[in-house]
Design a protein around this ligand. Structure first.
Ligand SMILES: Nc1ncnc2c1ncn2[C@@H]1O[C@H](COP(=O)(O)OP(=O)(O)OP(=O)(O)O)[C@@H](O)[C@H]1O
Length: 306
């Protein structure tokens, strides 16, 4: 794979606040890359620098080999950035907005691409109305369409599903997955960690202006030594209390269900102990660590509330 984006020693301060602190990151062509972090971690600042909206203090970024400052025009063509904040000119319809935006890239007749985007983002029947008449979720989809009219190689989605309902979220992901399969590089920031876990190949976790970890999703999840075992018994399992005395576990009120959080290597020992008691098991469920566990460990914060 060759490099799509190379970020080298990027620093950015706002007064006394160091929003980005020596950021180094390479994103390969064709990757589905996740950029995660709690509020204020610096994700949007980094994306703003990439898109030429925020001035970096130092460092260098190249996009498909082009320096973002020296080769500004080439960079713009390669990137489709969907920003977090929604802004539109209220005087133009959805279709006109997309036609005008195509014009910024020197694309004159872009009807096929515009129709493809309107269909893929379920905006077809809204094509002739103005952005003011769109709901929040529809506006966000128009923002995505706008970023893609020039068919960029690299697509950056900054919180694209905030305020988008589940059905449309799914169809949006289907479209983005298809673009990724066609070879487009996707960079995603999201606070929905289960979304990042389902979609991304590789993930960078940022916190307080720094990248605290970059790795494949599998390696990140495997780095957490945790299993959650849930077992349901046919009858109350009073005897477990004593048998599992040295293990941390939760037994529910009717004593018919037990939940144990354990290191992977203790799994076998615990299951044997339970088996030795000859309890009648009606259901068993073993859960692995989730991306959210990694996120919390590395940033000391939860995913959904930030
Ligand atoms: N224009 C600005 N002026 C001053 N401080 C800013 C500015 N933009 C961002 N910051 C600060 O820089 C830090 C990084 O903000 P940034 O928006 O990049 O974080 P983020 O990871 O995108 O957060 P979120 O998940 O909330 O979007 C925050 O502390 C923020 O308050």
């Amino acid at each position: 794979m060759s490099t799509a984006i190379k970020i080298k020693e990027i620093n950015k301060s706002y007064g006394n606040l160091q929003a980005l602190d020596d950021i180094n990151l390479d994103i390969e062509k064709g990757e589905f890359f996740g950029l995660l972090g709690p509020n204020g971690a610096g994700k949007s600042t980094l994306i703003g620098i990439l898109g030429g909206l925020v001035h970096k203090d130092s460092g260098k970024i190249t996009v498909l080999g082009n320096d973002i400052i020296l080769n500004y025009r080439e960079t713009k063509k390669s990137l489709g950035i969907v920003p977090q904040e929604i802004t539109f000119d209220p005087y133009f319809t959805v279709r006109e907005t997309l036609e005008i935006h195509s014009g910024y890239f020197g694309i004159k007749n872009n009807t096929d691409k515009i129709n493809e985007l309107l269909a893929a983002l379920s905006l077809k029947d809204k094509a002739e109305i103005g952005p003011r008449q769109l709901s929040g979720g529809m506006k966000r989809r128009l923002l995505i369409a706008k970023a893609l009219v020039h068919d960029p190689e690299i697509i950056v989605l900054d919180e694209p599903t905030a305020g988008v309902d589940v059905e449309l979220r799914n169809s949006l992901w289907e479209y983005v997955i298809q673009l990724n399969k066609e070879g487009k590089t996707i960079i995603l920031t999201t606070h929905y960690l289960e979304e990042a876990e389902a979609l991304c190949d590789r993930i960078a976790i940022m916190n307080k202006g720094k990248i605290v970890k970059v790795d494949s999703k599998e390696n990140l999840i495997n780095s957490i030594d945790k299993k959650i075992i849930k077992i349901k018994f046919a009858d109350p399992a009073h005897e477990l209390k004593e048998e599992l005395i040295e293990i941390d576990f939760k037994l529910n009120d009717d004593q018919r269900q037990i939940e144990i959080e354990t290191a992977k290597q203790d799994l076998d020992k615990i299951l044997r102990k339970i088996n030795d008691l000859n309890l009648d098991i009606v259901d068993i469920d073993i859960e692995s660590a989730k991306l959210e566990d990694v996120f919390i460990k590395l940033t000391n914060s939860g995913g959904d509330d930030d």
